[in-house]
Design a protein around this ligand. Structure first.
Ligand code: ASP
Ligand code: MG
Length: 403
């Protein structure tokens, strides 16, 4: 919601759903740019803001939104009431700035819904056991919405956002990228964590764990568009794989541009090698993604892993500082690599996806540096120069373009 006009739009949309006989809970996030502004203020006072106090400040953006939206509904004759996270019974742990929802006491909200009211609850925030305000991490209102939908056993959780759904890949890279009508939550999880940041990853996990049918749709459409049309728009994150007939084996091609790869050469191949290399990396709070250890030759082996490019220099420094303990010959690094992945639940029942992927890359002359797979995903690490080419070629090879 970027302006009071946009808030009035949201109110009109909500009223439309309510008029059609639905019980509605709305979970807005802050107005655009507001959370950034609030965090900016905090940082003007304290470079590393105290997490509890930061949550006190950052959570206020949502409080303004809910009050304004409730008023916009009252102004058009709708009975509406707004609540903060704690008023709505949202209990979290005390991990300020990245709290997790532990329980929701929906008594008050249910009573309002039964009385015909539209209930508006702040996204992004909750309260810990001691009564402190907490926030759920950036983009956390997605998670609030799904969690509240789960608690209320809602028919569907609709997430209105600035894109009109989940695409087969980033339309900025591939013109022919197509909006998916349905995707399973597992595919969505892979796509979200692989860089198609439509929803906060945790909200997708929540939707999966509690089986909340969740639809991603555009907030930019005419709020008065026919309800039947709106109800079918966007992308539904679903659970039944067999109903996911729309696409073939692969649902989408995901990528992360900014990866880096590090190879430790000539370490002793003995128990504990991986632990001794990656232990200090994880102690430095650096997340490791792909990992391979080579066949050993004469008791020595090479060990390669990837980290996000932001962490590359730090990871190299950590390994340098461990040179003595690790006893490697040398370390090699390459910070100009990208990861491209094909994702699809259809992989479970189809063979040949990997070879098709490798053939496609070979035909484009793209060298694969590392490969990793899961049940529904194959990822390759390649030179960043070829990332867009790889994404386009794979999108085409798997027949993902518009019909
Ligand atoms: N307002 C919060 C943020 O900007 C939560 C959200 O938008 O989902 O991160
Ligand atoms: Mg958001």
């Amino acid at each position: 919601m970027g302006s009071t006009d946009r808030i009035k739009n949201v109110a009109a949309r909500v009223a439309k759903w309510h008029d059609a006989g639905h019980q509605i809970v709305v979970v807005p996030s802050a107005m655009s740019g507001e959370t950034n502004r609030l965090i900016g203020l905090a940082k003007e006072i304290m470079a590393q803001p105290d997490p509890r106090e930061l949550d006190m400040i950052a959570s206020t953006g949502e409080q303004v939104s809910v009050g304004l939206l409730a008023m916009a509904l009252l102004a058009i004759g709708k009975d509406a009431v707004s609540y903060t996270g704690w008023q709505a019974g949202i209990r979290t742990d005390s991990a300020f700035t990245k709290a997790r929802i532990q329980s929701i006491d929906d008594t008050r909200v249910r009573a309002d819904l039964d009385a015909g009211k539209i209930v508006i609850i702040t996204g992004f925030q909750g309260m810990d056991e001691e009564g402190n305000i907490s926030t759920l991490g950036r983009g956390g209102s997605d998670t609030s919405a799904v969690a509240i939908a789960a608690a209320l056993k809602a028919d569907e959780c609709l997430i209105y956002t600035d894109v009109d759904g989940v695409y087969t890949t980033d339309p900025r890279v591939v013109d022919e990228a197509r909006r998916l009508e349905k995707i399973t939550f597992e595919e969505m999880l892979e796509l979200a964590s692989l860089g198609s940041k439509v929803l906060q990853t945790r909200s997708v996990e929540f939707a999966g764990n509690y089986q909340v049918p969740t639809r991603v749709l555009s907030s930019l459409t005419n709020p008065l568009m026919p309800l039947e049309e709106e109800a079918k728009s966007g992308t539904l994150i679903s659970f039944e794989e067999e109903t996911n007939m729309e696409q073939a084996v692969i649902s989408g091609i995901a990528f992360t541009r900014d990866e880096a790869k590090i190879t430790v050469i000539g370490v002793n191949d003995k128990p504990g090698v991986a632990f001794h290399i990656l232990g200090p990396i994880s102690d430095a709070n650096i997340e490791v993604d792909m990992i391979i250890q080579n066949q050993s030759v004469d008791g020595k082996t090479d060990f390669t892993f990837t980290v996000s490019r932001n962490d590359y220099q730090r990871a190299m420094a950590v390994l340098e500082s461990q040179r003595h303990d690790l006893g490697y010959t040398r370390i090699l690094g390459d910070a100009k690599v990208s990861k491209v992945s094909a994702v699809g639940v259809g992989m479970r029942s189809h063979v040949g996806v990997a070879s098709q992927m490798f053939r496609t890359l070979a035909e484009e002359g793209i060298n694969i540096m590392m490969i990793s797979t899961s049940e529904i995903k194959i990822s390759v690490l390649i030179d960043e120069k070829y990332m867009e080419l790889a994404v386009r070629a794979l999108h085409k090879a798997f027949g993902l373009e518009k019909a």
